[in-house]
Design a protein around this ligand. Structure first.
Ligand code: PXL
Length: 285
């Protein structure tokens, strides 16, 4: 029996639309890793449905943390995502500090396609920057990377020299590993790209472009990435695994032509995650 790997997942739970904890729980579990959810908010749907109902759980996080500490619990990873209030930034920092041996991952969920999500205020964006600086690994999309760097949303296509510069500048803020998702270069693919500061190496992993943008895609990618790293994948292999699973589940969804707001139909693809093949569809950036 392999050892028990345990993640504290500090994200919201949205009842419909497949994002955050409703994605992280099944995906990371299918990889044989235990997820302990620490919900930041409960929503009826993700924010893309317009008139969603939301209950902020800001007053839940620190009491939950205190309880875990009183139990002598340890986590192998603290993985943060969508936050519902600016106070939750310091709560996540406290989670990071409480488990010094844990891998600290921040998915700085703030927006997509050049726009911030409805709930993401200016204060929350600057708080997210602080949280990202305290993490070992961050996984922004282009919109979030631009916000973290104080840049405007970039003109497309992105150049590889610009991509390397953004990755390195994000890493200079703190995290030794930076992974940027859905980056369009000048061909007909999109790329997930990564930077490993310790080894001074940049990676790029291609993904076929699918002409539809599903909410929660970033959560699917980051879940597999985090699971892969915790199970011993190198950075490019983990990005390649996460890219392949995302591509498979997004193509599956696209084939059914379902309502985009319902997110990615990853459920039929879950068995794929139990296969521990090594992935090598990567190369240097
Ligand atoms: O997938 C990111 C995400 C997480 N949580 C909520 C969201 C979104 C993206 O729309 O609305 C509530």
């Amino acid at each position: 029996m392999s050892s028990n790997i345990k993640i504290a997942a500090v994200h919201d739970i949205s009842g419909m639309g497949r994002c955050s904890l409703t994605v992280i729980l099944p995906i990371v579990s299918a990889m044989g890793i235990q997820v302990c959810p620490v919900p930041t908010a409960a929503l009826s749907t993700h924010t893309g449905y317009g008139d969603f109902v939301m209950r902020d759980l800001t007053d839940f996080i620190i009491p939950a943390l205190e309880h875990y500490k009183s139990l002598g619990t340890t986590f192998d990873c603290v993985y943060s995502g969508f936050l519902a209030s600016v106070e939750q930034i310091s709560h996540c920092l406290e989670f990071f500090d409480s488990f010094p041996n844990a891998l600290k991952v921040c998915d700085p969920v703030m927006g997509d396609g050049g726009k911030t999500y409805k709930t993401c205020t200016k204060e929350l964006c600057s708080g997210m920057s602080k949280l990202a600086s305290a993490a070992d690994m961050i996984t922004p999309n282009l919109t979030e990377a631009a916000i973290l760097l104080g840049e405007s949303y970039p003109a497309m296509p992105f150049r590889s020299s610009q991509a390397k510069s953004w990755l390195a500048r994000l890493s200079e803020k703190g995290p030794g590993t930076v992974v940027m998702t859905s980056v369009p270069f000048s061909d007909d693919k999109i790329y997930n790209i990564g930077y490993d500061r310790e080894n001074s190496v940049f990676w790029k992993i291609p993904c076929e472009y699918i002409p539809e943008k599903y909410p929660g895609s970033g959560d699917i990618f980051s879940s597999v990435l985090v699971g892969g790293i915790l199970k011993g994948d190198s950075l490019p292999i983990a990005i390649a695994r996460a890219t392949s699973f995302s591509e498979l589940s997004i193509k599956t969804t696209y084939s059914y032509r379902t309502d985009v707001r319902e997110g990615v139909r990853f459920e039929p693809c879950l068995p794929w995650l139990s296969d521990h093949r090594i992935f090598a569809n990567f190369g240097p950036l």
